[in-house]
Design a protein around this ligand. Structure first.
Ligand code: A3P
Length: 353
């Protein structure tokens, strides 16, 4: 009789459907019993306490989590604490600088160190130490120099600047003795523009404003070659000395005029040279049209901070004859400098210097 029932086509179909239903039910009960959950759905593979890290953006700060209700949230400026994590179980201590801004004075050394100070991984010496170039400081020894440095963590970079390190004959070898891994930062400028920056410091009516000029025996106006501010602008002489102690790859030379015009690009190149996390960007600079210079906007604030009134002075105007004399004087030094450096800067006569 059974065989008669199953031989009919209708009964066969019913039997297959019952079988499939039974299998589905069995699988469902098995899954519920084992509490198997797939990654991404329900319980995480890594246990209940695991949370995915917050999404990372270029500024290194966590993106704010969108809240479904309530008033629209505005993202506050990321504070240094969000961007910087000190190493665990470590005390801050005084350390030698890992990078030095060695010069040249009047080329933008203050701007460079203050810009870098916005970087959460950087700590700066609070004043120019002049350790390597001034005998009274040099005689106090390396430990004294270290004792003048700010306290920092091991993953931070201490930076000091003294704008005449670059010319002092002792500095390259003495810096190498401190650490052969020191990063050297050097801001230069068209030496004629730099000279006018020095001249701007002199009283308008003072003879010193023209101290770079003299009359020859036969009464011709000429450049006073031994004048110290001119020598400071003969950059090739100084670079040659540094290259006896440091490879060129360890010396980053930037044009101070580029730093004035485009601080973002310049500071990002410096960040990369110093192997710092790329954190500084357009958010940190605000162009102050009345000053004609960029001001800083550190991560902790939205209020721009400008350099003092001693930076960005009006330069004296020089006549075309004197200008030509000065450019002719510096040109051979500049050419040798570019050759040694392997890059050129645009240091040709300008309307205003
Ligand atoms: P001037 O005052 O001749 O214009 P240093 O700090 O090495 O003494 O360099 C001073 C120069 O820094 C100034 O020279 C100015 O051109 C330059 N500078 C660069 N960035 C600046 C900024 N953001 N604000 C003011 N001066 C700046």
């Amino acid at each position: 009789m059974i065989s008669t029932v199953f031989t009919s086509r209708k009964s066969k179909a019913i039997a297959i459907w019952c079988g499939v239903l039974l299998l589905v039910l069995c699988f469902h009960f098995y899954v519920s019993y084992q509490r198997v959950e797939l990654p991404g759905i329900g319980r995480s593979l890594y246990g209940d306490n695991y949370r995915d890290p917050p999404p990372y953006n270029q500024a290194g700060d966590a993106k704010t989590i969108k809240r479904p209700t309530g008033p629209k949230q505005t993202t506050p400026p990321a504070g240094p604490k969000q961007l910087y994590t000190p190493p665990k179980n470590e005390e801050k201590k005084q350390r030698f600088p890992k990078a030095l801004i060695v010069g040249t004075g009047k080329c933008g050394t203050r701007a460079l160190i203050d810009y870098l100070n916005m970087h959460p991984y950087v700590t700066i010496a609070k004043r120019e130490m002049h350790f390597f170039d001034r005998d009274e400081n040099w005689s106090r020894g390396y430990n004294w120099y270290k004792s003048q440095m700010p306290r920092s963590y091991s993953n931070q970079m201490t930076i000091e600047k003294s704008p005449s390190y670059v010319e002092h004959p002792r500095t390259p070898s003495a810096v190498r003795r401190m650490s052969k891994d020191t990063y050297i930062l050097w801001v230069v400028k068209d030496p004629v523009v730099r000279l006018m920056s020095v001249m701007a410091l002199q009283d308008e009516n003072s003879n010193l404003r023209h101290a770079y000029l003299e009359y020859s025996r036969d009464g011709k106006l000429q450049i006073r070659k031994e004048y110290y501010p001119l020598w400071r602008g003969e950059y090739v002489i100084h670079l040659r000395r540094w290259l006896r102690y440091f490879p060129l790859a360890q010396i980053h030379v930037l044009d101070g005029t580029d730093l004035v015009k485009d601080p973002v690009t310049q500071i990002q190149q410096v960040e990369s040279f110093l192997q710092l996390p790329p954190l500084l960007g357009p958010r940190n600079f605000y162009f102050n049209a009345s000053k004609g210079f960029y001001c800083m906007v550190p991560f902790s604030t939205t209020t721009p901070q400008c350099l003092g009134s001693s930076k960005g002075r009006k330069h004296p105007v020089i006549n075309d004859t004197v200008k030509t004399m000065l450019y002719d004087f510096f040109r051979p030094y500049n050419e040798q400098f570019f050759k040694l450096l392997g890059k050129r800067f645009n240091w040709e006569p300008k309307e205003r210097v």
